[in-house]
Design a protein around this ligand. Sequence first.
Ligand SMILES: *Cc1c(COP(=O)(O)O)cnc(C)c1O
Length: 466
Amino acid sequence: MKESKATMRDIPAIDRLLEGLTTQPELAQFSHQIIVSKLRTVVEEARNKLKQNKSVDVSVESLVFKVRSELLALGSCSLHRVVNATGVVLHTNLGRAPLGKSAVRMVDDIMSGYSTLEYNLATGERGSRYTHVVNKLCALTGAEDAIVVNNNAAAVLLVLSVLAQGREVIVSRGQLVEIGGSFRVPDVLKQSGALLVEVGTTNKTHISDYQEAINQNTAVILKVHTSNYRIVGFTAQPDAKELVELAHNHGFPVVDDLGSGTLVNVAVDGWHEPTVAECLAAGTDVVTFSGDKLLGAGQAGIIAGKQQYINKLKKHPLLRALRINKLSLAALEGTLIDYLTGVAYKNIPVQRMLNRRPEELKEQAYKLATMLNGLTTYGWSIDVVPLISKAGGGTLPEVEFRSFGVSIMATGKSTAVLEREFRKYIVPIIVRIQAEKILFDVRCLEIEDMEMIQKACFGMAKGARE
Ligand SMILES: *Cc1c(COP(=O)(O)O)cnc(C)c1O
């Protein structure tokens, strides 16, 4: 106790610390006010630690160093571009879908100036932000009308709030999905003010289960695409057509939360991911899906379906709260144009990466291995290996995409150390680790990424030798 009191008095005066800081040339870019406020927080933290009897270095050097590094961190980017060598195409932690070139050009053009966001060029009057994508979405999906919001979670919330508030929504027990921790179907339903009626069992739900649950207060049958898990074995779910017939006989709609919602076929052996168009063709009244999953645009939630329901959504006050921003809207329109002009598989990174054939990936892995070949003189071992990559982002669960990659091992460096060095590289390289080896899955790598990996590897190998 005595010791801590003595140390408390050792905390240098703010003025003295300030002197040490203002003489540093790298901090010249920060205003006096920012420096002082950061300084006060750092001193306050030190004081609190002392109060809790924790040991802390309160020398001028130590405190100045702390303030300096915190200020420099404030002035630099925390969001970094990274190289994704994990093979996971829609990596949630790495930002889901990378945008295609047309989408990026469109975002750049729209965001750096004024735009027709809500301006009708034909009349010179106020327009609607939704018009830019609605016709395109309808043409691609066969929907009568559509609307877009902030993300798919918002889409589901809006649809249920409008169509089912205070009334019952029937959902199969096999579809009470949780996506990434924060989106749970029962919670979203509750938030919308709708009442969840669970039917069937985890593995089997029959059309009769739905039928028995229908009453005067039923508003919607909600189908949820089990996009991040699969129930296999002894299972049953009525198909969309049966559900539509049942719901329509009772005069209420079927809503399908497709989640991943692809607009085109994903070519993977032994698996068919339902497209939005197929879902609507089965008679589903309203479909919701994400903009930044299989579609490959930015964060957005798309609601497509029958005119009468979309009209109701347009009038609801929640729409304003959940509305899409112009950045995402530009990315979405740019991406939709790629689909409409037949260049989706070529221009949209997610579609291109998911549809790459193993032969092509093998060739690319050999190319990377050749680029890294000189590392053997440093005692590193380089091998081309077959891999399985994943779609990720809570889509296509358990679907295995045959891929190829390069495995490396460095003499005198553990895999953990190596992984960390790649992660801390100027352009961070996120790798896979398997059986004590570092793996670069080539599925999500562009040529620039491979050059970055080459540069990093040679830098590390040379650094270790010096
Ligand atoms: C991903 C997903 C969501 C959430 O979509 P976000 O665009 O991330 O908000 C909701 N439902 C399903 C079935 C999903 O797969």
